[in-house]
Design a protein around this ligand. Structure first.
Ligand code: NDP
Length: 457
């Protein structure tokens, strides 16, 4: 028995290593994609050792290759009548358990590697929600900063003029991400509707509630993150009450994570934007942050003009030097490296949960795991946004609208379920408390079982 198991383990390791070696060779210039793939692949060896049938079906070899990658020109006119050109993407990675689903990111750093990493993560995150949604992601290297409202509208219309032929309520359902909120979704939805000549509301989520959007979608990722951390705290007989929390970012995810953490009695002392961070020892004034970021679209440094006792520091990295019990990175990928992770540990942080996608690099994750920091990985902890997007699709297809409370209660339950699935899978595969391995295996199994059932393609 022992020999059989160890030979299974050896075979599983050889299989995973072989797939990853091929992946590195084929995608040598896609560091973010390789990083996301490595984190998932390394988690799966214990699963393959117990379930060699997944090796026989070569599930891993198939799942790391996207169904298709669409890349296209987006030409648009700026306010000076100059023609600008950007590149648009949609990565349709896997639709085994539902239509492709994942946000659109408008940011100058967008490239194929970042699109693939986000779409790959999305497959397993979406599976964890228990909703019928596959994995995809898209966006453009367009920089929305400093653009007029009319320029944003023209860009969104130009982007959708190509994207519309590749998406649909039963095909691929985009949503927002960095640089894409309800305003951008509104412009894209309007253009889609005109081009299709049909009111297919379920084609995009993150719409405003007045025309098919779901209540609580705006809050969902941030609230969901805090609901997930509540489960983590519960596990250790702790609560949010009086805990010191540091949140990076001041966008959609960060703002609603702060709101819910404060609602539970935590003291959130810092948040940031891509220029720098603010530290408010008395606790962040969230109404002021919302006014600065959501209403005026200003930089976070203006916070100290209204709260002179607070501090503003240029640069983002040092936000992690602020002592806290709970750290919630909610800005962007790779914002916590080994050095920041070490400082967080030294300063006594006990819980880290990811609101952003892949904010901690692999070294940072290992430092948390080795130092008894309870770590909530993105694909589990930030799945609340896409979960409510799936609820938006359900409301659109049944032509109903649920109350805020109804959606919020469903979100809360989904986050509890995701936590439980991740925790149980970690225990089952011999790494109790490791939610990275647990969430990867729990999400992977659902997709892998679908792939076995649907045959080779
Ligand atoms: P927003 O555009 O609303 O906000 C992003 C925030 O992060 C801003 O404060 C921005 O600052 C900051 N930021 C962006 N890039 C950097 C950078 N390179 N360094 C430091 N700070 C940066 O985006 P979201 O809040 O929607 O998304 C944040 C993260 O959460 C992303 O990783 C996204 O993929 C992830 N996510 C989002 C979901 C959603 O529902 N929106 C769902 C699940 C995950 P600035 O204003 O200066 O640009």
């Amino acid at each position: 028995m022992t020999t059989a198991l160890s030979s299974n383990e050896a075979r599983a390791k050889e299989y995973v290593d072989g797939i990853f070696a091929q992946l590195k060779e084929k995608n040598a210039h896609q560091p973010e994609f390789l990083q996301a793939a490595e984190e998932i692949l390394l988690s799966l060896a214990p699963l393959f050792a117990q379930h060699p049938e997944y090796i026989e079906h070569n599930i891993l070899g198939r799942i790391v290759e996207p169904d298709r990658i669409i890349s296209f020109r987006v030409a648009w006119q700026d306010d000076q009548n100059q023609v600008q050109v950007n590149r648009g993407y949609r990565v349709q990675f896997n639709n085994v358990i539902g239509p492709y689903k994942g946000g659109l990111r408008f940011h100058p750093t967008v490239n194929e590697s970042i699109m693939k990493f986000l779409a790959f993560e999305q497959i397993f995150k979406n599976a964890l929600t228990g909703q019928p949604i596959g994995g995809g992601k898209g966006g453009s290297d367009f920089n929305p900063k400093g653009k007029s409202d009319a320029e944003i509208m023209r860009f969104c219309q130009a982007f959708m003029s190509e994207l519309y032929r590749h998406i649909g309520p039963d095909v691929d359902v985009p949503a927002g991400d960095i640089g894409v909120g309800a305003r951008e979704v509104g412009y894209m939805w309007g253009q889609y509707k005109r081009l299709r000549g049909a009111y297919e509301a379920g084609v995009l989520t993150g719409k405003k509630p007045g025309y098919g959007g779901s209540l609580a979608r705006k809050e969902a990722t941030g609230y969901g993150l805090v609901y997930f951390v509540e489960e983590m705290l519960h596990e250790k007989n702790e609560k949010f009450l009086d805990k010191t929390v540091v949140v990076s970012g001041s966008g959609n995810v960060a703002i609603y994570a702060i709101e819910k953490a404060q609602h539970y009695g935590a003291k959130v002392v810092a948040c940031s934007d891509s220029s720098g961070y603010i530290y408010d020892s008395q606790g962040i004034d969230l109404a002021l942050v919302k006014e600065i970021k959501e209403e005026k679209g200003e930089r976070i440094k203006t916070y100290v003009e209204s709260r002179p006792h607070a501090e503003y520091h240029e640069g983002c990295t040092n936000i992690w030097t602020i002592p806290c019990d709970i750290a919630l990175p909610c800005a962007t990928q790779n914002e916590i490296n080994a050095e920041s992770a070490t400082i967080l540990v030294q300063n006594g942080a006990k819980f880290v949960a990811e609101g952003a996608n892949m904010p901690s690099d692999l070294e940072a994750i290992n430092i948390f795991l080795e130092n008894d920091v309870y770590f909530g990985p993105a694909k589990a902890a930030n799945a609340g946004g896409v979960a409510v997007s799936a609820l938006e699709m359900a409301q659109n297809s049944s032509r109903t609208a649920w109350s805020f409370q109804e959606v919020d209660e469903k979100l809360h339950q989904i986050m509890k379920d995701i936590y439980k699935q991740s925790k149980d899978a970690a225990e089952k595969y011999g790494v109790a408390g490791n939610l990275v391995v647990g969430s990867n295996i729990a999400g992977f199994v659902k997709v892998a079982d679908g792939m076995v059932a649907e045959g080779v393609y």
